[in-house]
Design a protein around this ligand. Structure first.
Ligand code: GTP
Ligand code: MG
Length: 137
């Protein structure tokens, strides 16, 4: 597929890095097909990250992801899922390559500035979690 889903996470919106991160994304060739600025409840964050519910950091992750505003978006580009994960870099910013979004804007493995879907299937599920048919094209 040529689509992925992203969120700019609460650490980044809090620091005022939203615009800079969106610039990176657009300059890298991604087209925004849907976008919203919103805030998740703990219950909504828990549902979104349900796949991680057995991991030791789940509680911390849910608390963090509901701690402030996020920007959710559906992005289009050839090879979107893999190219976007390359653009954002490793989960832990200490291990992320120079020039990646997490290297530039993330502080820790927990508070790592952006989300990127890990498969075409999850990109579709995650896009549907946030956007109705009227809100996307
Ligand atoms: P996402 O794009 O957000 O899904 O990140 P990822 O695919 O690079 O990592 P993964 O799906 O394995 O983990 C999901 C999210 O859980 C990460 O982005 C982090 O925010 C958080 N996370 C992962 N590992 C840790 C950890 O060891 N401690 C904490 N506090 N959070 C973690
Ligand atoms: Mg993931």
């Amino acid at each position: 597929s040529n689509r992925t889903f992203t969120m700019i996470k609460p650490d980044a919106t809090r620091k005022g890095d939203t615009g800079a991160i969106l610039n990176h994304i657009v300059k890298a060739g991604f087209t925004v097909k849907a976008m919203k600025w919103t805030k998740l409840t703990a219950e909504q964050a828990g549902l979104f990250y349900e796949i991680h519910k057995e991991r030791p950091f789940y509680g911390e992750l849910v608390e963090f992801m509901s701690s402030g505003p996020i920007v959710a978006a559906i992005l289009e580009k050839e090879n979107a899922v893999a190219d976007f994960r390359k653009l954002i870099g490793a989960t832990n910013p200490a291990q992320a390559e120079e020039g990646t979004i997490r290297k530039l804007y993330a502080a820790s493995v927990g508070e790592n500035a952006v989300h990127g879907s890990d498969s075409d299937e999850n990109a579709a599920i995650e896009g549907d979690f946030f956007f109705s048919k009227l809100e996307r094209f």
